[in-house]
Design a protein around this ligand. Sequence first.
Ligand SMILES: Cc1cc2nc3c(=O)[nH]c(=O)nc-3n(C[C@H](O)[C@H](O)[C@H](O)COP(=O)(O)OP(=O)(O)OC[C@H]3O[C@@H](n4cnc5c(N)ncnc54)[C@H](O)[C@@H]3O)c2cc1C
Length: 444
Amino acid sequence: MAISGPQALSAALWPHQTSPFDRGLALRGSHMADVVIIGAGYSGLSAALHLAEQGMDVAIIEADQPGGGASGRNAAGWFPVYFDKGPDDITRELGPVQGDALNRMVVESARLVPALVQKYKMDADLRQSGIAILSESPKAAPAQRHLAQRWNDFGGNVDFLGSEAVRSIVGSDRAAHALLFRDAGTLNPFAYATGLANAVVDAGVRLFTGAPATHMEQSSDIWRVLTSHGSIAAQHVLIATEGYEANKTLWPGLEKHHYRLPFAIVASDPVPEFVERIMPAGIPMTDTNKANPFWLMADRDGRLVASLLPPLRDAASAADVARPLEKKLGRLFGALPALNWSRFWIGTVAVSAEKIPRLLSLAPGVHAIGGYSGQGIGAATAAGQEYAKLIVHGDRTACRLPFFDPRPVPLRRAFPFIVRNFAAPLGRATDRSYRAAPKIFVEN
Ligand SMILES: Cc1cc2nc3c(=O)[nH]c(=O)nc-3n(C[C@H](O)[C@H](O)[C@H](O)COP(=O)(O)OP(=O)(O)OC[C@H]3O[C@@H](n4cnc5c(N)ncnc54)[C@H](O)[C@@H]3O)c2cc1C
């Protein structure tokens, strides 16, 4: 059944600002490949592209269309960070070899995205403007300065900005300081997904669309992935469906390995003068307050685009969704012009137990990729590239992603309810202070 309302891909702004992908194949009958990939988001597409570049025969099975999941409807900021962790956490958790390798992968992902956009001549409205993370807490300054240093130790391009410098890029006097990730930026996320899909097809990959994979069968070391009208057999299978699994019979229990958290995005009518006032250097922003997630950018036409947790009840209009956001904007920027929020959509963020990019080893030859926890534009692109190295070299040490055994997350069903009904309202109520050094992006 087609999805309607704010969960539909067509509710998002991005597909309306680019051309649709029309090169998908219909899967009929039995096929073979070296690798079959389930899901055509950034993870699956990047894996396919990097495998095909190395001469592998690859087929993708996509339930809907490229970018039909989180990749086509996200908040558009590509950003070399982890959700809720810093590089020191990763080194501590994974050890210096694996941890440092993953930190470098994440840092480099910020340069990989523009490199692919340029190499494959994608029309994805890419702007490498940098992204600022604001903090209102002077007490957090030493930790933020340290964090910038640590990212730079892994090859990052991060500046710590004091209050004067922040004021030159953000039209607000509320921020005590900020981190500026200079390699980061924004793009049209759906156009990036379709751009990758076009590159993949040009590289010789068979991309089957409108074909939900329903089951997998094993015969010796070959896996057969089945849809209602056809199948593809391969030695290697990558499940790249993350929070948008279209079928629970494909790999029963896989959905238990992450939380599914709805996130809302609102877009205003164009307000170019206001955008110029609050983002004079064209730099989008987020902040360090995990309790009330906030992201603000402008699209190519001067629309404000912002993401936030959806409100308590299903909202009737974009204006309802944007109400708490407007409070925050008023507090940051003073008087607001009349903002007409003309569009809102809701996407599902998959938050994993590990909250880092990773491969789940499901069976010999079968992996599930993901773990980005809302930071997936760069990370999923890089993760797909790492999976390709694993398959091409046949060696885990060639791959910078950590491997985990499947591990169900606790309170999975209750989590979105708890976040939406308790954590989010509390976060909004306490947003005024955000004095306690928040853990997000901060080493402890
Ligand atoms: C609202 C929202 C805002 C976000 N904002 C940002 C942001 O600003 N910056 C950032 O870096 N990240 C952001 N993210 C996260 C980022 O979008 C994701 O991490 C990334 O897109 C994941 O890519 P993926 O390829 O792993 O999964 P997806 O893009 O979800 O792709 C999975 C694909 O698998 C397909 N599929 C599912 N089941 C089947 C099946 N049985 N058979 C065949 N195909 C199947 C789906 O149709 C889908 O196309 C956001 C996510 C959301 C939801």
